[in-house]
Design a protein around this ligand. Structure first.
Ligand code: HEC
Length: 149
């Protein structure tokens, strides 16, 4: 019985180790920065539409909202990599000393983006702009506590 349990927990351990796609901490840093820069590129285009610097296009807006709602799921895994607090990163140490607080911000970000994608897909321009405003607050809210400028 005990042996079986040990084997089970070893298997679990092996799975969680090999489940990481990152060989080095730098890989994790690049990965999360890449995710954020893709989020920012899509978000910037959406902001241009909301602010009237570009013609409104519900279909394009909705597509971008879908993209970022998926992209926002990606950084968390890369922040959990040991050693990725050092090197070419703007991540503040508070991410790891206050992991719970950081996770709350990340989860809220994901929730608001999922909501935005859903509202945008329903086609109501006014409601979409309102949901965008809610989602947009997350960037600064997290950066001011957890990212160096
Ligand atoms: C939950 C926290 C959090 C939220 C929410 C968040 N960011 Fe970030 N962002 C970070 C952290 C931390 C970094 C630094 C990553 C690093 O350098 O390792 C970062 C980095 C970036 C970068 C730099 C990427 C690079 O190439 O180095 C951009 C651009 C960015 N974020 C844009 C945004 C935008 C736009 C939003 C909102 C739509 C947003 N972020 C929401 C935490 C967050």
């Amino acid at each position: 019985m005990k042996v079986k349990m040990m084997i089970a927990s070893l298997t679990l351990l092996a799975t969680s180790v090999s489940a990481s796609p990152f060989e080095k901490p730098e890989d994790a840093i690049h990965y999360r920065q890449a995710a954020f820069s893709m989020i920012a590129a899509n978000f910037g285009d959406m902001a241009d539409m909301v602010k009237g610097r570009k013609d409104w296009n519900q279909e394009v807006f909705s597509k971008r909202a879908q993209y970022i709602s998926t992209l926002a799921l990606m950084p968390a895994e890369a922040f959990s990599v040991d050693g990725s607090d050092k090197g070419d990163t703007k991540a503040k140490p508070e991410i790891w000393t206050d992991w719970d607080g950081f996770t709350v911000k990340l989860n809220k970000f994901q929730t608001d983006l999922t909501q935005l994608a859903q509202v945008a897909s329903q086609g109501d321009e006014r409601a979409t702009k309102k949901a965008f405003g809610v989602a947009a607050k997350n960037c600064k809210a997290c950066h001011s506590d957890y990212k160096f400028r």
